[in-house]
Design a protein around this ligand. Structure first.
Ligand code: GLO
Ligand code: MG
Length: 346
């Protein structure tokens, strides 16, 4: 196990969602951005994740100069509050220009919009002193597979990333894969796909990945193996821990709330890979339940962090020597039980 280290925690303003689902309206009123920022330190967090329009609201209607000015003002506020901007992500799934995809839209005007917005996102990140862009490729896929070419789509994604790498010689890009939702089938469903795309880019060293627990589960994969895979390449640059109950809509449940053992495995893997020692954050991409009352609105963030820290202790106190002896003896039955009893505190 690695030496004792502290982790740096992060969340996004969207993690205080209002409870709406496809079948019903919000169950909580919209909170201001200021309120969301004010909660951060008290909850034991250090950094905030941003979409480009979390940082500069309604940016499509604003001039470049105005956008820079607002981003600068936000940077001052963050600095005063001692909060870092962990990532900035272009929100390429709200605009009428991205109905048929962003970088992979069949309409060249819309592809141009997506690239320009991504370059602007880099400018915002620079103002926020943030060197990491996250690409969740929400609409890069299809509802009707015959409507796009898979090969052409991958090429278009690479072209778009190359434009971003060319726009700024230092910026790094972390691709956040997800196999479905909102699309039926997505082009970059797993970490293997994300890292393969990185190799095709003009500067592969600056293209890596962000892993989200729920997205791995939706792809039928083990999150801790996905983490290990990315770490083997030195490419895990951010993380969205949460949980997911099987193959259904993306649930973004509190970390460990469905499968504590899998959460333990994820934390143990992070510890073994010394995740965080190069400044990477542990972010929780979790949402409150629809039933959550206003006064309990931050519980999912508080609880995810608590569970994570308990599991760090569990990973560090796991008797690795005894485990290795069982491995040597191929006594996986007792290894299995040893993990369960460790988690049960027996
Ligand atoms: C949705 C994604 C989303 C992204 C966020 C950052 O499934 O997990 O929450 O992480 O927009 O790009
Ligand atoms: Mg996410």
């Amino acid at each position: 196990m690695s030496k004792k280290r502290d982790y740096t925690f992060s969340y996004g303003p969207w993690n205080f969602s209002e409870g709406q689902d496809p079948y019903g309206p919000p169950t909580r009123p919209v909170q201001t951005f200021d309120w969301k920022l004010d909660q951060l330190k008290g909850l034991g967090y250090d950094a905030m994740m941003f979409h480009d329009d979390d940082a500069v609201p309604e940016l499509d209607g604003k001039s470049h100069k105005q956008i820079r000015k607002e981003a600068k003002a936000l940077h001052r506020r963050l600095k005063d509050a001692g909060i870092a901007a962990e990532i900035v992500a272009p929100r390429l799934w709200f605009s009428p220009n991205t109905i048929d995809g962003a970088y992979t839209s069949n309409d060249p005007k819309h592809r141009k919009y997506a690239v320009e917005r991504s370059l602007q996102c880099i400018d915002i990140a620079n103002e926020l002193d943030c060197g990491l862009i996250v690409l969740w490729l929400a609409r890069e896929g299809t509802y009707v597979r015959e409507s796009k070419s898979g090969r052409r789509s991958v090429e278009l994604i690479v072209e778009a990333i190359d434009k971003m790498l060319g726009h700024d010689k230092k910026i790094r890009i972390a691709i956040e894969p997800k196999p479905n939702e909102p699309m039926d089938v997505a082009y970059i469903p797993t970490i293997g796909h994300a890292l393969a795309v990185a190799q095709l880019c003009s500067d592969p060293k600056r293209v890596g990945a962000l892993i989200e627990t729920a997205h791995c589960i939706l792809a039928g994969l083990d999150p801790s193996d996905e983490i290990d895979f990315a770490c083997t390449f030195g490419k895990l640059w951010s993380l969205h821990l949460n949980d997911q109950n099987g193959l259904k809509f993306d649930q973004d449940k509190p970390f460990g709330s469905v499968n504590l053992r899998s959460a333990f495995d994820q934390v143990r893997t992070l510890e073994r890979n010394k995740y965080g020692s190069r400044g990477e954050c542990v972010a929780f991409d979790v949402h409150p339940f629809r039933t959550t009352k206003i006064e309990h609105w931050a519980k999912h963030l508080e609880n995810s962090r608590r569970t994570f820290l308990h599991l760090v202790e569990k990973a560090r106190s796991f008797d690795e020597k005894a485990a290795q002896a069982l491995v040597k003896d191929r006594n996986y039955a007792d290894l299995d039980q040893m993990v369960l009893e460790h988690l049960l505190g027996k």
